[in-house]
Write a protein that binds this ligand. Structure first.
Ligand SMILES: Nc1ncnc2c1ncn2[C@@H]1O[C@H](COP(=O)(O)OP(=O)(O)O)[C@@H](O)[C@H]1O
Ligand SMILES: [Mg+2]
Length: 485
């Protein structure tokens, strides 16, 4: 991935440079050419005027049919020009590049483009390859007045100058080469810079991609290195956060999985005990001949195990419905005083059985409140809490149930004068199947699920179960319901 990205970046930068260099060289040479032409033009103009002046002034240079050859040749040589003088018929009467005695071989110049142009009165200009020396030349021609100072008439009608363009071509060639070499050096430099830049840019991306690859293969401890302080760095942070979340979710999932299998183990263990017991009692009853009272006690024992089994199944169904989210709460507003009183009343027989005093405080005089809740589920909560209070109470002990308003809530509490719960057990008694004293719980028909159910239902009401307990003194369980005001 990084190789491709890096190569793309470099190719992009280099092509950019090549395009820019090409344009620069085209524009510069074009401009340069124009500039040179203009300079040549003005140079030739100066010369053509100077020659015109000389022709008009000096008797020494040109008389009617006499031209001072060496003077004009000298001028042309010194100015690096070719000077031609042409008469009105196009006959060349002087040429700085042609000896005097060869002039008659020179062809007629009347139809040279610059001469034709000069005939209209303007400056005649042309650039082309010279027919005589076969080199690119720049030409300028000017018509001159044959009437000279002093009234004499000159045979010269056109002054024509020619300058070899070879010089300019040479200069332009030089410039092109310089641009070419400069561009080449720049290309190498930029290639180096662009390579290091691309490397710096793609390195962090490459590291991220390595880490992502590792994460993809399941290494959740992979870490996205934050090497830069830019968008890539930010990306690394985001990816790390994402991975952290994944890690957390996975740990959570594994924990849930472990709890599930633990629960399954617990369930089968809990079910097996009463089933084996019932089976044992029944087998004994079938085989042995025994007296009536022993028989009765065996039947009672089998029955109580069956009841336990039934309770266990009921609690298991409840807890699985709650935990699967199948249980939907139906919130209603209801009056707490009589409702709670009724629940306590229903538990009186169990209390009597256990020789425990069960009291409902606040049941006549105190104010009545309306609260929100699912009555059916709250019955289960009260039942489980009061049942525990009675079962884990001392004989002759006292269990009290009451409520009191606290702000916008009504707190319901259940207290007992029982054995209490050691502090280290308190956080755990709400776990499924957790019992402080297994033997005692079993003896009183507990399933170990009661408080887990209580916790779920109370939390679904937006509250918590609070426990205050002192060993050998007693415990108080409480939770709150929202008041309907
Ligand atoms: N009022 C209480 N006094 C002392 N211990 C209690 C009381 N309520 C609950 N416990 C402890 O918490 C454990 C869990 O209670 P619970 O979930 O109702 O299961 P179970 O009552 O079936 O054993 C009990 O086994 C008991 O050890
Ligand atoms: Mg219980």
């Amino acid at each position: 991935m990084k190789i491709r990205l890096r190569r793309k970046l470099i190719i992009f930068q280099l092509s950019l440079l090549i395009i820019v260099t090409a344009f620069a060289s085209i524009i510069t040479t074009f401009d340069l050419q124009k500039y040179y032409k203009n300079r040549i033009l003005s140079e030739l103009q100066t010369h053509v005027h100077a020659i015109k002046f000389i022709l008009s002034k000096s008797d020494q240079v040109v008389k009617r049919y006499e031209i001072n050859y060496s003077y004009l040749t000298g001028y042309a040589k010194a100015s690096n020009l070719r000077l031609t003088l042409i008469d009105s018929l196009g006959v060349v009467v002087f040429d700085s590049n042609v000896p005097e005695d060869s002039l008659r071989f020179v062809e007629n110049h009347l139809y040279r483009p610059e001469v034709q142009m000069a005939m209209t009165g303007d400056l005649g200009i042309d650039d082309r390859k010279s027919a005589t020396i076969n080199k690119p030349m720049f030409y300028m021609a000017m018509q001159v007045n044959p009437l000279r100072e002093g009234g004499e008439i000159s045979q010269v009608r056109f002054i024509r100058l020619a300058l070899p363009l070879g010089d300019i071509e040479q200069v332009l060639e030089d410039v092109r080469w310089k641009i070419f070499w400069g561009g080449g050096v720049a290309l190498v430099l930029i290639a180096i810079i662009s390579y290091t830049l691309a490397k710096r840019l793609t390195m962090p991306i490459q590291q991220l991609s390595f880490a992502a690859e590792a994460a993809k293969k399941g290494d959740l401890n992979a870490h996205f290195e934050r090497t830069t302080n830019d968008e890539i760095g930010e990306l690394a942070d985001v990816l790390n956060e994402m991975l952290e979340k994944l890690r957390h979710d996975l740990i959570q999932m594994r924990k849930l999985e472990r709890m599930r299998s633990q629960f399954l183990g617990n369930v089968s263990h809990e079910l097996r005990t009463p089933i084996f017991a019932v089976q044992g009692y029944l087998e004994t009853l079938m085989l042995n001949s025994m007296d009536e009272s022993t028989r009765r006690s065996f039947i009672n024992k089998a029955h109580s195990q069956a009841v336990r089994l039934n309770n266990l199944l009921r609690d298991l169904i409840d807890i699985s419905r709650i935990e699967s989210g199948e249980m939907k709460l139906n919130f209603h507003s209801f009056r707490i005083r009589d409702w709670l009183g009724k629940q306590v009343e229903e538990m009186q027989s169990l209390a009597q059985e256990r020789n425990v005093q069960l009291k409902y405080l606040n049941h006549q005089d105190s104010s009545d409140y309306r609260v929100f809740g699912d009555q059916e589920r709250l019955v289960q909560v009260i039942f489980n809490l009061v049942e525990n209070a009675i079962k884990y109470c001392r004989p002759e002990g006292i269990v009290q149930v009451g409520y009191l308003a606290k702000g916008t809530n009504v707190e319901i509490w259940v207290s007992d004068t029982g054995r209490g719960i050691a502090e280290e057990h308190i956080p755990r008694i709400f776990e499924r199947f957790y019992r402080v004293d297994k033997e005692r719980s079993r003896a009183v028909g507990g399933t170990g699920l009661g408080l887990a159910i209580v916790k779920h239902i109370v939390e679904a009401h937006g509250s918590f179960v609070y426990v205050e307990s002192q060993q050998d003194v007693g415990s108080t369980f409480s939770f709150s319901l929202k008041r309907d005001v």
